[in-house]
Write a protein that binds this ligand. Structure first.
Ligand code: 5GP
Ligand code: ZN
Length: 133
């Protein structure tokens, strides 16, 4: 098994657990973006969002909700950003699907989800909308 998150799930690499249930494990990120930065993973190895079936989506999101409650209770942040880097182009470095829960604190000088990318190209939103039909 070469996947680092599978090794964490198997207990081969130690972690600071925030939340655990039968399907999910949430633990503190080793390189935190903020105090309490938590990563939550399905225990089953799935590489990316496209590989998740409906049942896994449901159990995963239920786990994210529980982990979020733990973060709010323990650290009382003023807010959180929750995100997932899905695919290399989006910044995914560990190919085992995972959510980031990044606690936010007033005055922390961080940005919002909108600061991930601000494309220099301009898009005609109505033209993009047609691509969905
Ligand atoms: P990604 O860039 O794939 O969305 O996020 C991977 C995250 O996993 C990074 O924030 C990184 O700091 C974290 N990470 C990588 N290896 C380990 C590890 O061995 N232990 C813990 N706790 N976090 C890890
Ligand atoms: Zn894995």
């Amino acid at each position: 098994m070469s996947c680092i998150f599978c090794k964490i799930v198997a207990g081969e690499i130690s972690n600071y657990t925030v939340y655990e249930d039968a399907n999910m494990l949430a633990f503190l990120d080793v390189h935190p973006c903020s105090k309490g930065h938590t990563v939550i993973v399905p225990k089953k190895h799935v590489e990316n969002l496209s590989a998740m079936d409906g049942e896994l989506w449901n159990t995963t999101l239920a786990g994210v909700q529980q982990a979020l409650k733990k973060v709010y209770t323990a650290l009382k942040p003023d807010g959180v950003n929750i995100g997932i880097n899905d695919g290399e182009a989006a910044g995914q470095t560990v190919p085992h699907v995972h959510w980031h829960i990044i606690p936010r604190y007033k005055g922390d000088a961080g940005g919002s989800v909108h600061s991930i990318i601000r494309s220099k190209e301009s898009f005609d939103v109505s033209a993009v909308a047609k691509m969905f039909s």
